[in-house]
Design a protein around this ligand. Structure first.
Ligand code: HEM
Length: 341
C-alpha cells in the first residue's frame, strides 16, 4: 500500500474519531486550487461569454440556497439557467484532477466541498487581478477576502443535480425582497446582505440564461468594491432598459454613458434606492435614478462604506461568504478548517 494511502487512511480515521469527515489535507487543497486556477486560464484563453471564475462563485451561492450546501442544483428551475456550463467544467475537474494519485471522487471529497473551494480560489484569483496592476514590478502584497474554508459538506444522493425545489431571489426584486431573502435563507443581517451582493463585481448576465444582459462592472474578472462605486456613480447614466426574450421580458438598469454596457438589476440598485412599484417585467414606474428615494434600513449606509473602502469590503464580504458556504452546518462541529494560505 502506498504511503499516501496509509497517511490518507490515518487522516480519515482520526477525523472519523472526531465525528467529522475530513478527506483532504492542506497540501491536497493546494493541488485542487491550482487545478481550478489552470481551468480558469484555459476558459479565458478559449474566450466565450461564460466566464468560469464568475460562474464558480455563482454556483457556490446557488448550491447553498435551500436547506444546506449539498452539491446539488435543480436544473429544471429557470433561476439556475446557465449553471450547467459551470457544473460541466467542475465535473471534469472533479473526476480528472490527480490529487496525490486519486480523483476527488475517489478521495470522497464532496462536490459541495469542491464547489465551495473552487469559488474561494476564483475569488482569490480575481482579487489578485484587481490589485496587481500597480505592483507587478515591486512585488505584490494582496489583501484577500477574509474567508475561512472548511470541509465536511455532504452531497445529496443525486449530486450534481436534483429535483428538490429551492427559493431563489428575483433580479427584479426590491429592497425588502433582497433583505428578506438573505435573512430567511442565511440569517444575514442587512450589513452581511450588502456585503455578499458585492460578488456581482464579477461576471455578467446572459440573455439566454436569465434574460438580463451585460456585466455589472467594466472589469468582470476583477474582484473589488467596484460594484458599489458604479452603483453610486450617476455619471454612468443609469436608465431602465428592457431586455430578455419574447417569452421572458425583463427590465434592468443599463449605463448609457459607458462603452462596456454595464448593468445593474433592481435587486442591486435596491441596496441604495427604494425603487417603489414595478411592473411584472421589473420596470420601475415611480422614479428614475436621480429621483428614487434612499432605501430604508441600513443597506445604503453599508454600500457607501464599501464603495469608499475596499479592504473593509473584502473583510466583510469574506465573513458573509464563509457563513454562506457553511449554511446548514455547524462550523464548530460539522466542518473542519483547511489552511489555504
Ligand atoms: C438578491 C440576490 C441575487 C440575485 C437576484 C442575483 C441574480 C443574478 C442574475 C440574474 C445573474 C445573471 C445570470 C445569467 O444570466 O447568467 C447573476 C449572476 C451572477 N451572480 Fe447573482 N444574484 C444574487 C446574489 C448573488 C450572490 C449572493 C452571489 C455570490 C456570493 C452571486 C454571484 C453571481 C455571479 C458571480 C454572477 C455572474 C455569473 C456569470 O458571469 O456567469 N449572486 N446573479
Amino acid at each position: 500500500m502506498a504511503l499516501g494511502q496509509v497517511l490518507h487512511g490515518v487522516v480519515v480515521l482520526s477525523c472519523l474519531a472526531l465525528g467529522v469527515w475530513s478527506v483532504i489535507t492542506d497540501s491536497q487543497a493546494d493541488i485542487i486550487r491550482t487545478a481550478v486556477r489552470d481551468a480558469i486560464d484555459v476558459n479565458e484563453d478559449e474566450g466565450g461569454t461564460m466566464v468560469l471564475r464568475a460562474g464558480l462563485v455563482r454556483l457556490a451561492f446557488h448550491d447553498c440556497v435551500g436547506d444546506r450546501c449539498d452539491g446539488c442544483i435543480n436544473m429544471a428551475l429557470d433561476d439556475n439557467a446557465g449553471l450547467d456550463t459551470y457544473i460541466n467544467y467542475t465535473d471534469h475537474l472533479y473526476d480528472d484532477t490527480d490529487v496525490d494519485g486519486y480523483t476527488m471522487r475517489e478521495l470522497g471529497f464532496s462536490r459541495a466541498d469542491f464547489w465551495a473551494l473552487a469559488a474561494v480560489e476564483a475569488l482569490d484569483y480575481s482579487t489578485e487581478d484587481a490589485q496587481s496592476s500597480g505592483c507587478r514590478r515591486t512585488g505584490c502584497t494582496y489583501v484577500y477576502a477574509d474567508i475561512t474554508y472548511q470541509q465536511g459538506r455532504v452531497d445529496c444522493d443525486t449530486s450534481p443535480t436534483t429535483t428538490e425545489e429551492a427559493d431563489y431571489p428575483s433580479g427584479i426584486g426590491d429592497t425588502d425582497h433582497v433583505v428578506d431573502f438573505f435573512k430567511d435563507t442565511f440569517n444575514f443581517t442587512e450589513q452581511e446582505t450588502t456585503a455578499i451582493m458585492g460578488a456581482h463585481a464579477l461576471g455578467a448576465a446572459h440573455r439566454d440564461a436569465s434574460g438580463f444582459v451585460g456585466p455589472w462592472t467594466e472589469r468582470q474578472k476583477q474582484f473589488s468594491n467596484q460594484y458599489y462605486i458604479d452603483m453610486f456613480d450617476g455619471s454612468l447614466g443609469w436608465e431602465m432598459v428592457q431586455k430578455g426574450t419574447r417569452n421572458n421580458r425583463v427590465y434592468q438598469w443599463t449605463s448609457a454613458n459607458s462603452t462596456s454596457s454595464r448593468m445593474m438589476l433592481n435587486a442591486d440598485m435596491a441596496l441604495i434606492f427604494d425603487i417603489g412599484d414595478t411592473t411584472s417585467e421589473g420596470e420601475v414606474v415611480d422614479c428614475i435614478y436621480s429621483t428614487c428615494p434612499d432605501a430604508t434600513g441600513n443597506t445604503e449606509y453599508w454600500a457607501l462604506i464599501y464603495a469608499n473602502d475596499n479592504e473593509y469590503f473584502l473583510e466583510h464580504f469574506g465573513l458573509a461568504f464563509t457563513k454562506m458556504i457553511n449554511h446548514g452546518y455547524d462550523s464548530s462541529s460539522d466542518v473542519l478548517s483547511v489552511s489555504l494560505r
